[in-house]
Design a protein around this ligand. Sequence first.
Ligand SMILES: Nc1ncnc2c1ncn2[C@@H]1O[C@H](COP(=O)(O)OP(=O)(O)OP(=O)(O)O)[C@@H](O)[C@H]1O
Ligand SMILES: [Mg+2]
Length: 410
Amino acid sequence: MGVADLNVAVVEDLWWRYEGREDYALRGLSLEVRRGEVLAVMGHSGAGKTTLALAMTGIIPQRVPGEIRGHVEVLGLSTLRADVAEIARRASIVFEDPEVQFVMSTVEDEIALALEPLRLSRDEMRRRVLWSLELVGLDRGFLNRSPLQLSGGEKQRVAIAAAVAREPELLILDEPTSDLDPVGKEEVVAALRRLRRELDMTVVLIEHEPEYVAEFADRVVVLREGRVAMEGGPGEVFSRVDELRSHGVSPPEVSELAARLGLGPVYRLEQAVERLRGSVRAPRAFSPGDGGGAAAGETIVECREVRYDYPDGVQALRGASLEVRGGELIALVGPNGSGKTTLAKVMAGLLRPSAGEVRVMGRRIEEYDRLTLSSTVAYVYQNPDHQIFNKTVYEEVAFGSGSGASRRAR
Ligand SMILES: Nc1ncnc2c1ncn2[C@@H]1O[C@H](COP(=O)(O)OP(=O)(O)OP(=O)(O)O)[C@@H](O)[C@H]1O
Ligand SMILES: [Mg+2]
């Protein structure tokens, strides 16, 4: 068996600069993807992970302007020369934001579109559509739904189904769970588990969450500024906790625990349990008072039976009551669409509740003028673009700390 049979992809001393940028995004990157493995690619934001994925499909350099040096071979094809459509027939990529990929009005057509280049018979096409949907845990009820009107987890699973339906030899997943709430993440991860179990596919998984990498990866590479900084099995890579952190990547918590206790390379919970068994005595009983932070102070914000209806009729808050005391750090947790942002905006006076009462420092929130309120309750938006008005970081910070604060109310 030759090298070509063992490796699905070979990247050799790859340099890439996007047109208009001075710095190279990839700076002498080399790696191999072996047949049948799940290779996880990690690295800080901007390390070059997505760029690498694009380079492995020929989209870079063939569809994106820039300057390239080095060599990339995928499934025996040179990505510099081979037809991108030919590569795409055999290597599928799923992007972080699946919406950019959707063009059809139904889920069925979306998956069928991905199959078009394969020139299958109608029956085979239908079979693959149903099979791939089932594989990602979506039933036939989804066939006629619009891909754009699905939840985040459902969208991502449709994108994965479309990619997998082609039965590609190489599947590249670029942060498939990153924008999802915990429920959506779990749906996608369940789909990945089935892929792993039932298909013998080579997968490149770009992923931030170390726990998912630990679960799926056979090997891990860590990129830093366009180069491979670490490479090895998950046990080896994750046990080098400090080095990993210096590259901007967090290890799984259990690896960190194992490193601090000197347990050796550990990246899954069961391994840690195994090594700790016997050496741990019965834990002392905790009383409820043990775990608390600083004693809570006076009430700062109080919401009582707050309701909020958006103009389109969506009832985002239906009787939310909450008390926030001085010195507390409170996590508002809930699935996408459960009203977290709405409640926070109500507490900051950015939305006026449809019913119920909000008090800040004991006073009804309606009694405040905007300037006083915004210097009492500061609000940081989920998407910072919604909040930033100034041309420079200096002006933005100076502005946020006082002058003209009324502009903040939108
Ligand atoms: N279309 C583009 N045009 C110009 N520069 C780009 C483009 N896309 C990415 N870059 C730059 O290339 C570098 C690598 O970006 P890339 O998107 O590959 O990083 P990444 O590791 O995928 O990051 P993230 O974790 O944030 O997704 C960064 O400096 C980025 O600013
Ligand atoms: Mg990326």
